[in-house]
Design a protein around this ligand. Structure first.
Ligand SMILES: [Zn+2]
Ligand SMILES: [Zn+2]
Length: 275
């Protein structure tokens, strides 16, 4: 298995040490794990200023020694905001990241957070699905078009709390927006992730779901990765990753990728499922 999206205690909302994840990964014979710590650049953000690159580098070095058969990468999850593109590029220049994930957590530059429950509820209460999801996909398109990232994080995370207000997420309704995003990804060489956390959350399906994965493939996306988005050890493990790999196969993908020194490394999905 691989896991290219999870958080350790070096993210403000993470609750386990990377060493403990590494021991689990070793036990389950993971080929690659990449902790993608939050790097939030908006002073309004809860985890602003929390990221510590020295600690991160040291933890990754220690984890590599603990799980010598597993590739342990240095990963980061940026909260994308158009106004912060320059800062994001600077961080990527300064540090030897293996993987940079770009995620939309804010709906605009005034700090409407859609991935934190209370703030999301306050926002969705006042907005129609067209406004809220429409704005989300607009910013997601900017994220893809920026070309700053290896991977677009959880490409339809707007549904995480959105389903509580607008009902089940219907990918067909957002097909134009989604296809625009995937075309921008294909143009800029940005991959997408299948984030399996959604199976345990309100939508009951991963980010993104099956239909959206099919659209991504039709628009030329080949670089696809998979992650648990675990924030503690109980969410980290091969069961949902395996289910996700099977879903990717169904959607027509035969490879998944992890990133090493910002370059994609392909792995056969069948090979991973047989391990
Ligand atoms: Zn995220
Ligand atoms: Zn995350």
């Amino acid at each position: 298995m691989i896991d290219c999206h999870f958080h350790t205690d070096l993210s403000k909302d993470g609750r386990a040490a990377l060493a403990d994840y590494a021991r689990l990964a070793r036990r389950h014979r993971y080929l690659a794990i990449i902790p993608t710590e939050h790097l939030d650049l908006d002073p309004e953000d809860n985890s602003y200023g929390f990221y510590d690159s020295d600690k991160h580098l040291a933890a990754v070095a220690r984890a590599r020694a603990l799980a010598p058969e597993t590739f342990v990468g240095l990963g980061v999850e940026f909260t994308y905001q158009k106004s912060r593109e320059g800062e994001i590029a600077d961080w990527c220049e300064r540090l030897p990241f293996d993987l940079a994930v770009g995620s939309v957590h804010h709906l605009d530059d005034i700090g409407v957070t859609i991935s934190a429950e209370r703030k999301a509820r306050r926002y969705f209460e006042k907005k129609s699905a067209e406004e809220a999801y429409g704005r989300y996909f607009e910013i997601l398109l900017q994220t893809a078009a920026s070309g700053l990232f290896d991977v677009l994080g959880h490409p339809d995370i707007c549904k995480r709390y959105g389903v509580l207000f607008y009902g089940p997420f219907e990918a067909r309704r957002w097909e134009t927006e989604l296809r625009d995003v995937f075309r921008a990804c294909a143009d800029t060489g940005t991959g997408i992730e299948l984030n399996v956390a959604g199976w345990r959350q309100a939508p009951g399906e991963p980010y993104p779901g099956y239909q959206t994965l099919v659209m991504a493939r039709q628009e030329g996306i080949r670089l696809v990765t998979i992650g648990s988005d675990a924030h503690d050890l109980s969410r980290f493990g091969p069961e949902l990753i395996k289910r996700g790999l099977e879903l990717l196969k169904e959607a027509g993908f035969d490879r998944v990728y992890y990133w090493r020194e910002r370059k994609p490394v392909p792995l056969s999905i069948d090979g991973l499922l047989r391990r």
